[in-house]
Design a protein around this ligand. Sequence first.
Ligand code: GLP
Length: 261
Amino acid sequence: MEVIVRPNAEEATRLAARVIAREIQTKPKLVLGLATGRTMERLYGMLVDMHRREGLDFSLITTFNLDEYIGLPPEHPQSYRHYMNHHLFRHVNIDMRNTNLPDGVAPDIDAECARYETAIRECGGIGLQVLGIGRDGHIGFNEPLSAMLSRTRAKALTPTTIRQNAPLFDKPDEMPKRAITMGVGTILDSKRCLMLVTGTEKAAVIAKAVEGPVTSMISASALQLHPNCRVIVDEDAAANLENRDYYDWIFLHEPEWQEFH
Ligand code: GLP
């Protein structure tokens, strides 16, 4: 795992956008795993800008989102399908047929989860998985005690997550209490992972995820087992990290980061 600290949320997000853009440029048929949440809104805004200004080409990529609420149809304004269309897909030259999210209103949820796993496998697996982190340490909607080897499945949301996301709903009480999420094992199968974390409210949980023990109580800590995982944080989110000097040294001196200075 590599941790990179940038001075503020804007610069952290810009670095993440540049890493993703580089991956798309070098692998035009990239299978890209995508996340939702407030942190990702600016990231997608930057990718849209890169498409408009620099011609970043999404035409051959395939995407798989981490999760979707159970019970929300795609046209619901708080569904993650709607979020993705609104923040990214409809502003770039992606082929909508190559954008994938779990179907939260599928009649058979277990069958839908199995279908999603198969679809990822048939595309050759995820090349780069973009991730945020929830306040309870979840990645996707892998709430505490999610098995490290879990696959795509239905998961009950924790009170912490419901408190975190309910304000995004016009009627907070209508937030679904369950979601379909890729499993921790599904995420760990991605060739590369890129996590973006900003803001003081994430400082405690990201320190546990990165520097604490690997534990299913903090699903994001499973990323310590991943052979190619980069974590980009801003100063606020980095406040509780202990090994800061080493992380700064890596960004300054490791050859792979030189092009991003
Ligand atoms: C949701 C998503 C997660 C995301 C999290 C962070 O819970 N399921 O994938 O990481 O939100 O959200 P935010 O960026 O709003 O803090």
